[in-house]
Design a protein around this ligand. Structure first.
Ligand code: DAH
Length: 348
């Protein structure tokens, strides 16, 4: 028995010497301490032995088992540490390497501009409303004081869908009529409507058959042109900075009287004169005016009692000015590389 024990001890010692990793150690564990391992084998013929012999065999094999276990465990922690260090060494991260750039999205500049205007006007009590893009001639023209056959219609080369009645709206102004009709001539109105509009224009750097307008309408008692001026001034300052100045020039729209073109002082040359402002020091950004009495009347508001102002911005024009974009087609191309140039510019 003792001989066998000694043999196992010796062969274990030499096997243990050749172990260099945890896999080999596991194999060794199975060979000596496993269910069919050499230690178990030591006790395999117990049933043929006397009680005293059994005790002796039990004691010896337990002793050997503990001894081998101990050696295995100490080598195991040694090997694990070694392997961990090897792994850490081989997987070491070189933090001095340049990082891989992960492309991140950014808000579309046109959307961003519209949101800025919405935010400002909402803080002044305006509602942001919506209207249909497929519109009736009645709202797009007639209620706005532009009857059939009126030459003012020519300025808005319209896409008609069905006869002369259903069209793709050529302006967001029909939403003025729709909103006033809802107010039933009784409630004051403060609304803006950003939305898509369509015209039979040939696309070039400054024209697009589809573009965005931001319509604004305020109807209340005792509203005057100076209210419009103050509101326009606030919008211009929000978009182009506190030192932006504004002015009105007389103009003509069928649905406003008086009508104006609204200008902002040129933010590039600060009024000195440059190519952007064509040496005038001013840039035109929208049409506006006091709501025409006929329009108020058509929409159920008594012009003797109510007055109001309206304005219509070209959203792309504002965004082009603000972000230095010189081609309106930029907004409707799907080249993400080009779009991201402005995302970056904007976040710089
Ligand atoms: N609807 C006009 C256009 O498309 C722009 C406009 C001018 C809107 C004056 C208005 C306004 O509300 O008062 O050319």
């Amino acid at each position: 028995m003792l001989e066998k024990q000694e043999m196992i001890r010796k062969s274990f010692a030499s096997d243990l010497d050749s172990v260099t990793n945890t896999n080999m150690l596991n194999e060794l564990k199975v060979k000596y301490l496993g269910k069919k391992g050499l230690i178990t084998e030591l006790t395999s013929n117990m049933k043929d032995l006397s009680i005293d012999e059994r005790k002796e065999v039990g004691r010896v094999s337990n002793e050997l088992k503990n001894e081998l276990n101990e050696k295995i465990n100490s080598l195991e922690s040694e090997l694990k540490l070694k392997e961990l260090n090897q792994k850490l060494e081989s997987e070491k991260i070189d933090i001095s390497l340049p990082a891989t750039k992960v492309p991140v999205g950014a808000p579309n500049v046109l959307e961003k501009l519209i949101e800025e205007v919405e935010e400002l006007l909402m803080s002044m009590g305006y509602d942001v409303v919506d209207g249909p893009e497929i519109e009736e001639d009645k709202f797009n023209f007639e209620m706005l004081n532009i009857p059939k056959g009126h030459p003012a219609r020519d300025a808005q080369d319209t896409f008609y869908i069905k006869d002369e009645e259903i069209l793709l709206r050529s302006q967001t102004s029909p939403v003025q009529a729709r909103t006033m009709l809802k107010g039933e001539g009784k409630t004051p109105i403060r609304m803006i409507c950003p939305g898509k509009t369509y015209r039979r224009d040939d696309d070039d750097a400054t024209h697009s058959h589809q573009f965005m307008q931001i319509e604004g309408l305020l109807v209340d008692k005792n509203i005057s042109l100076s209210d419009l001026k103050g509101t326009f001034d606030a919008i211009a300052k929000k978009l182009f900075g506190e030192d932006c100045k504004t002015r009105f020039r007389p103009s003509y729209y069928q649905f406003t009287e008086p009508s104006v073109e609204t200008d902002i002082s040129c933010f590039v040359c600060k009024g000195e004169g440059c190519s952007l402002c064509k040496n005038t020091g001013w840039i035109t950004v929208s049409g506006a005016g006091m709501v025409h009495p006929n329009v108020l009347r058509n929409c159920g508001y008594d012009p003797e009692e109510w007055t109001g102002f309206a304005f219509g911005f070209g959203a792309e024009r504002l965004a082009m000015l603000k972000y230095g974009i010189n081609d309106i087609r930029f907004f409707y191309q799907t080249d993400l590389r080009e779009l991201s140039t402005f995302d970056r510019k904007d976040s710089e």
